[in-house]
Design a protein around this ligand. Structure first.
Ligand code: 5AD
Ligand code: SF4
Length: 465
């Protein structure tokens, strides 16, 4: 693929970014590309022959660091090949593994030129300058999160109809299994005015849907232009006023931080999509307490009830961890029971993975067979629920935001309000816009639909016969 650089025609340098992990990393990767575009870097889709490769890494579960090292081994061969032909490939490791491992990465893999933490990547241009001037490998893993957002370019490369926008970073909750408070640092919320400016720019570049991101997004607290403290609901209300912005989402939320105003916003704002990711992790009070989740199972049930009372067509998704230290069969049954009682439209579930430096990693661990068997049972139940939810969408008319061409000719793919991929024939010209679609068939992981006007025309024709 040809490298595209909207800022400069020359000298075109090829930038390859590989993103692991969460949506915040996807946002960060995009912002790194925005940052490097004025330096002549255009994004390419493979690392071969790239002038710069960034691995934007994730540390949330095991083997992340190992995966990064084996990828670095492969990149080293490409770097050597490029050097043999007289070129130079710069390799940077970014993200949470960079933050956690720091200089260790450079000593284990000397072909790495830069190690940059998630709060320091705005310094990439000067790091590149230092490396190309002949400095040895450079490392930046500080936490100047405020400085980062102030230093990123206002301009964002246009990337389609749906965009992520980070509004909050870091976490103060310290769940005992989680590395985030250590890799991403303390909670920080961007000022509402900055967020609104970024959102308007996105909308002007064709974005119709924005997903507000934060590790603990509903703990958002920014200093509003009216001098008041704005929570996430207030921020969402302000963004919902932007003309041309049709859909808003936010992720990831903590049950403790779902306040009344945010719940009410779900009932009042049509632009706020009726799909909420609300991780519960476990259905056992004992495990929730050992996880330091600061809520019990009944709190979660009550919360779900209030959210459904505010918006009756809302669907929920969640995250689950099985095999947490000390989890008994009874605890696991409680999780299965919670899933049956709540009913989820989708969910992510994981085996507990001990993370260095976190309290739960010091506890005695359950055997992998136990974790594996529990994960299988839970995933079977969640899959059943997801399939049933998709099935329940058949015959409904959804507004779909078309994002790209489908695999079949003439077909486009978009997302329903519930984030399900929806395929429809004849929708290519609709990419970048919302259109009504009648859901004709549900598959376990996607939906097939018919454009409503086309549907109406077909019916009229059938009638004429
Ligand atoms: N082991 C397994 N899963 C984890 N998660 C976070 N830390 C761990 C861990 N140590 C899961 C949680 C979280 C999601 C992003 O990743 O479910 O919500
Ligand atoms: Fe990690 Fe989320 Fe818990 Fe924060 S609230 S420690 S990000 S799981």
């Amino acid at each position: 693929m040809r490298a595209v650089n909207p800022f400069r025609e020359w000298p075109m340098r090829k930038l390859f970014i590989k993103t692991y992990g969460c949506q915040m990393n996807v946002y960060d990767s995009d912002r790194m590309a925005d940052l490097l575009a004025p330096l002549g870097y255009g994004v390419v889709e493979t690392p071969e022959d790239a002038d710069m490769v960034i691995l934007n890494t994730c540390h949330i579960r095991e083997k992340a660091a190992e995966k990064v090292y084996s990828e670095l081994g492969r990149l080293r061969a490409l770097k050597d090949a490029k050097a043999e032909s007289g070129g130079k490939m710069l390799i940077a490791v970014a993200g949470c593994v960079a933050q956690a491992e720091g200089a260790e990465i450079i000593s284990r893999q000397p072909s790495v030129d830069m190690v940059v933490g998630p709060q320091s990547y705005h310094r990439l241009p000067e790091m590149i300058a230092r490396v190309t001037r002949g400095c040895s490998a450079v490392l930046e893993t500080e936490f100047p999160v405020e400085e980062k957002f102030d230093s990123l370019p206002e301009e964002r490369i246009s990337r389609g109809a749906s965009a992520f926008l980070t509004v909050q970073e870091g976490c103060d909750k310290f769940c005992t299994f989680c590395v985030v408070p250590y890799t991403r640092g303390a909670e920080f919320s961007r000022p509402p005015a900055d967020i609104e400016r970024e959102a308007r720019r996105l909308v002007n570049s064709g974005v119709r849907e924005i997903t507000l991101l934060g590790q603990n997004v509903n703990a958002y607290h920014g200093n509003g232009p009216d001098g008041k403290d704005w929570g996430l609901a207030r921020l969402i209300r302000a963004l919902a006023d932007i003309d041309g912005l049709e859909r808003l989402r936010y992720t990831t939320s903590h049950p403790r931080d779902m306040d009344d105003e945010l719940i009410a916003a779900h009932g009042e704002l049509e632009k706020l999509m009726p799909y909420l990711h609300l991780p519960v992790q476990s259905g056992s009070d004992r495990v929730l307490s050992a996880m330091n989740r600061q809520h019990g199972r009944d709190d979660y049930f009550r919360l779900v009830e209030r959210i459904r009372a505010a918006r009756k067509d809302i669907a929920l998704s969640s995250d689950f961890i099985v095999g947490f230290p000390g989890e008994t069969d009874k605890d696991f049954d409680d999780t299965m029971d919670l899933v049956r009682q709540v009913g989820f439209a989708g969910a992510f579930s994981f085996k507990y993975s001990p993370r260095p430096g976190t309290p739960a990693s010091l506890e005695s661990q359950l055997p992998d067979e136990v974790k594996h068997a529990r994960l299988q049972s839970l995933q079977a139940l969640l899959f059943e629920q997801q399939s049933a939810f998709n099935k329940s969408c058949e015959g409904k008319i959804f507004s779909v935001l078309f994002e790209k061409a489908g695999r079949k000719q003439g077909q486009a793919v978009g997302r329903s309000p519930y984030l399900q991929p929806v395929h429809a024939e004849g929708a290519l010209s609709l990419i970048g816009t919302l259109h009504k679609v009648r859901i004709a068939a549900a598959l376990p992981n996607s939906l097939r639909g018919v454009l409503v006007e086309a549907d109406a025309r077909t019916q009229a024709k059938e009638f004429a016969h």
